[in-house]
Ligand binder design. Sequence first.
Ligand code: WQD
Length: 315
Amino acid sequence: MKILVIGGAGYIGAHVVHAAQAAGHECVVVDNFSTGIKQRIEAEVVELDIAAPDAGEKLTKLLSSQKFDSVIHLAARKQVGESVEIPERYFLDNIGGMANLLLAMRETNHDSLVFSSSAATYGMPDAKQVKEDDPTSPINPYGQTKLIGEWMVQNAANWGLRGVSLRYFNVAGTGKVGMGDTAALNLIPIAIGQLRRGEVPKVFGDDYQTPDGSCIRDYVHVSDLAQAHIAAVDYLERSDRPFDTFNVGTGQGASVFEVLNALRAASGQDFEIEVTKRRAGDPPRLVANVDRIAQTLGFKTKHSLADIVDSAWNL
Ligand code: WQD
């Protein structure tokens, strides 16, 4: 298949491009290179900001010049804190970019889309494992833009789009040398950065109602996540359903202390840990129920927490 990967030079996007190419697909990448890195990929690259005023026209031109079997859309701003500071940027870029893309797809008869959504759409769920049909109640503008993005995909069924939204849980790890997460905005890259600078990793609160008191998350290896996109593209080829949402996680939770212990093992360093106060807006527990993606796409993760942390440390 020929796949257009928007945001394909980013940390997750580049892993998707590699997985797609390894599965025999041809990829064309669109990226604005705000955080993307060209060296992560070997593919035809079109430099384009999908949220820019002239993006609609440019996307329509690109999609008329080549026919794609599917589009994977990962280009978005993704920093929760920044989204609270400048929500307008998030709505303009994440929602505006999506609107431009959907209009161009509609105009050029491209009807297959995989959209990067997020577990941030759930907000602060109570369930031990959160299911796709559980209530969505995002607690920050970032999560709101992802939920609105899902609605936009869903609405496009009116003109014949078939869409899949993948709700990513906590993505981490590295698939290949040079493809690591350079942003250092999440627990594992933050802690690795601190260790490398000789600083002490921090646990944001140990007084939650969880077995060891720290927050529990579902860490999914970026290479597994990339495979989920390939499974979604294959599914869209054979399905005639207008819209599906899938959690992408492992179904297993790990606490902050467990992650830092895995990092002790990976690094061979028995480092100190500092417990600080809670960070605002952290759900105590956010773990995926993965039954739907297993049953419908036949997708299951292969990598353990140790693989995730080892690869993030070593590659
Ligand atoms: C994980 C756990 C922290 C840093 C965020 C977004 C989500 C998604 C993924 C997308 C939490 C704790 C962290 C540290 C710590 N975004 N922590 N010390 O908040 O679960 O999810 O990233 O693109 O929408 O909200 O991820 O990695 O920030 O935190 O104790 O130095 O680690 O409190 O419990 P989070 P995270």
